[in-house]
Design a protein around this ligand. Structure first.
Ligand SMILES: [Zn+2]
Length: 371
């Protein structure tokens, strides 16, 4: 979804990037202006208005990013696309109150802008808050610029406060629900709201032939589901233990066996990584899938397993959290680890099994009925 984005400036050390599809936004503006029959001056004003809108969106995202920084959460970058901006934080604070404040900070920026514009327009201009003239051609009247900006910021506040993922309102809802029901259940509800809303966008867009709305709907739907999957995985990693993913049915390979045997097992069965033992059943190392593929590529199937295996391995206990197992896989590059219960080996955990478990247990619909 994100693809390539170009950095245009840095604010407070945070890269501000523009997604390439933002170009379409200007084409669209030109198209709208033309269709409405704006004068050349009007189209130029509309273009400038689009740039100011861009600035408002950047300020909104900076509101999130700089507030997050106060809680010690850094921002990777801010990406602006035709359907809005996103401040990509390195992580979300798990304290609901902090997430709440970070989520509110974005719309709060637009609120401040709207208040300043509103007060100025109301007290110091003859025209006041409302644009004048033909509603199709408001940008042909230059005094409409600030009222339009006022209403646009108001619209940004309202849109962002819709209580559904991935809007800020969804985060606000999630943090409020989290305080009472925990993060996972809260996220599930906020995601469901997002998906219902997205479905309504898509249906309405299709009926009215408004394909931009359909596009936004699809984006909202996918984001809402993705957010849930991420949080569910986080929770699962924290609460799950090795016992949940333990595979007690495993094949061990003797270190004096030939690679031929390993290649055979690898291509025939579901097992892809193996524990290597000696004739007394003591673990000597592990044979990762990559090693087997390597031997296969070199047609080295007559080599003994001990030439290909890695002697470094780590055994873990059944009570270890899944988060620690994942870290072990990521940091040490293991793809399989033996599991011990006191002195006795009771099974293995492999990377594939863990990934499979996480994918299956974090699917939005499958999980709906589970606690
Ligand atoms: Zn926001």
């Amino acid at each position: 979804m994100l693809g390539s984005a170009f950095q245009i400036l840095r604010v407070e050390g945070i890269p501000i990037k523009v997604h390439w599809t933002f170009g379409f936004f200007f084409l669209w503006i030109g198209y709208i202006g033309n269709k409405a029959g704006l004068s050349r001056q009007g189209i130029i004003t509309l273009g400038i208005f689009a740039l100011v809108l861009f600035v408002c969106v950047v300020l909104h995202e900076l509101g999130h990013a700089l507030t997050a920084r106060r809680f010690g959460v850094q921002t990777k970058d801010i990406i602006i696309s035709p359907i809005g901006g996103v401040a990509r934080l390195y992580h979300m604070p798990e304290k609901p109150a902090q997430e709440l404040i970070i989520a509110i900070a974005g719309p709060a920026v637009n609120f401040v802008i709207a208040i300043i514009l509103g007060v100025y327009l109301y007290l110091f201009t003859v025209q006041g808050l409302m644009p004048v003239g033909d509603p199709e051609k408001i940008f042909d009247v230059s005094s409409n610029f600030l009222p339009a900006l006022f209403w646009l910021n108001t619209a940004l506040i309202v849109f962002n406060l819709i209580p559904a993922f991935p809007m800020d309102g969804g985060r606000i809802l999630r943090s409020l629900l989290s305080m009472r029901w925990g993060r996972k259940i809260a996220t599930r509800w906020a995601s469901l709201m997002g998906q219902l809303l997205a479905s309504a966008f898509i249906a309405y867009g299709l009926i009215k032939g408004d394909y931009i709305l359909v596009f936004i709907g699809v984006f909202v739907f996918l984001s809402a589901a993705g957010e849930y999957r991420m949080v569910a995985a986080e929770v699962l990693l924290q609460t799950g233990v090795v016992r949940d993913v333990l595979r007690s049915n495993y094949t061990a390979i003797y270190q004096d066996d030939l690679m031929h045997h390993a290649i055979d097992l690898h291509s025939r069965g579901p097992e892809k990584d193996f524990i290597v033992i000696d004739q007394w059943g003591q673990i000597q190392g592990v044979l990762h899938e990559e090693f087997i593929e390597d031997a296969k590529k070199k047609s080295d199937d007559q080599a003994p397993v001990k030439e290909y295996m890695s002697p470094s391995y780590e055994s873990i206990s059944q009570q270890l959290s899944l988060k620690d197992v994942l870290l072990l896989f990521q940091k040490k590059g293991y793809s399989i680890v033996p599991v011990f219960n006191t002195e006795k080996m009771v099974g293995v955990v492999d990377r594939k099994g863990l990934n499979h478990y996480l994918t299956a247990r974090t699917s939005f619909w499958q999980n709906w009925t589970r606690k």
